[in-house]
Design a protein around this ligand. Structure first.
Ligand code: MN
Length: 298
């Protein structure tokens, strides 16, 4: 479990263990009850298959998504992504895979059993104007790196200090892995209009004395031009930020939507085979939607 060093101000959130399948547990850092969004970032899972269970146990059969982008970023291990557009891609460490669900896509995520699976999956909520667009998938092996002195930032989406990721996104945001070499006090350039959070992944990471020596999400807020990140040598963190998405976003199962009625319609279409299409290679095997019997509130 994470060992939180909470201070008198700010927000530090421990992740919760969540069963993704019967055999695969993740650490979920977002959403939190008191912090649903950071910019348009609405969901964050950490995969780490080295503590318990066999490495390579990620086995997510075909399932649908709407209204979001998924960002998969691995530190070790490999995942095979197959989707209803016909993409069949190996997701490797240091390479970005970003899937835009838009109006609807189905995909399967299965780990390839060599090495420990360690990585992150984020969801980015699409703004209301963009969420009905056609689904798409992008793979980017070349991503810019920014030298922060004592650490480097690899810019996965958005940009930092003019170093821009080639990935397509639909709101002003940034996501960057920050890997310490010598560590120390690392100055990270920020955009004052963005709100930010830092996920500590490995080693001790603090912001303004707030932090975690395990996995934890440190909410940084908005209005700053620079952030001082204190990092132990070889520590690893992930920065997320963006313009606050002032829209009432609902999350249920694999869907991001705006109303319960919309969730029910998407659920019925998945159960009935509808708009999502098929992921080839699985026959009739797929993940059924759970029942949705309540009214969802943002
Ligand atoms: Mn998925």
């Amino acid at each position: 479990m994470s060992n939180l060093l909470t201070g008198a101000r700010g927000e530090v959130y421990g992740p919760r263990e969540t069963h993704l399948t019967d055999t695969f547990t993740v650490l979920r850092a977002l959403p939190q009850r008191r912090r649903r969004l950071v910019g348009a970032w609405c969901f964050l899972d950490l995969y780490r298959a080295d503590d318990e269970g066999p490495a390579g146990a990620l086995d997510l059969l075909p399932h649908p998504h709407i209204g979001l982008q998924t960002v998969t970023w691995l530190f070790s291990g490999e995942v095979r992504h197959r989707d209803s557009l016909g993409n069949d891609v190996r997701i490797r460490p240091g390479e970005l895979n970003i899937m835009t669900a838009g109006s609807g896509i189905a995909h399967a995520e299965t780990s390839i059993p060599h090495g420990v699976l360690h990585g992150l999956q984020f969801w980015i909520a699409l703004p209301d104007r963009q969420r009905g667009k056609a689904p798409a998938f992008e793979h980017h092996a070349q991503l810019p790196v920014v030298d922060l002195g004592g650490a480097t930032a690899r810019v996965i989406v958005g940009d930092m200090r003019g170093a821009a990721s080639p990935a397509t996104v639909y709101s002003a945001l940034v996501g960057a892995e920050i890997a310490a070499s010598t560590g120390g006090a690392i100055s990270v350039p920020l955009e004052p209009a963005f709100e930010y959070a830092v996920l500590s992944v490995d080693g001790a990471v603090t912001v303004d004395g707030l932090g975690s020596d395990g996995v934890g999400l440190i909410y940084v807020g908005a209005g700053r031009e620079v952030m001082k990140l204190q990092m132990q040598a070889d520590a690893r963190a992930f920065l997320i930020g963006g313009v606050p998405l002032n829209e009432p976003v609902l999350l249920w199962w694999n869907f991001v939507a705006r109303s319960t009625a919309e969730m029910l319609a998407a659920r019925e279409e998945w159960q009935g085979g509808g708009r999502f299409g098929r992921v080839s290679g699985f026959g009739d095997r797929r993940i059924d939607a759970p029942p949705l019997t309540m009214t969802l509130r943002p």
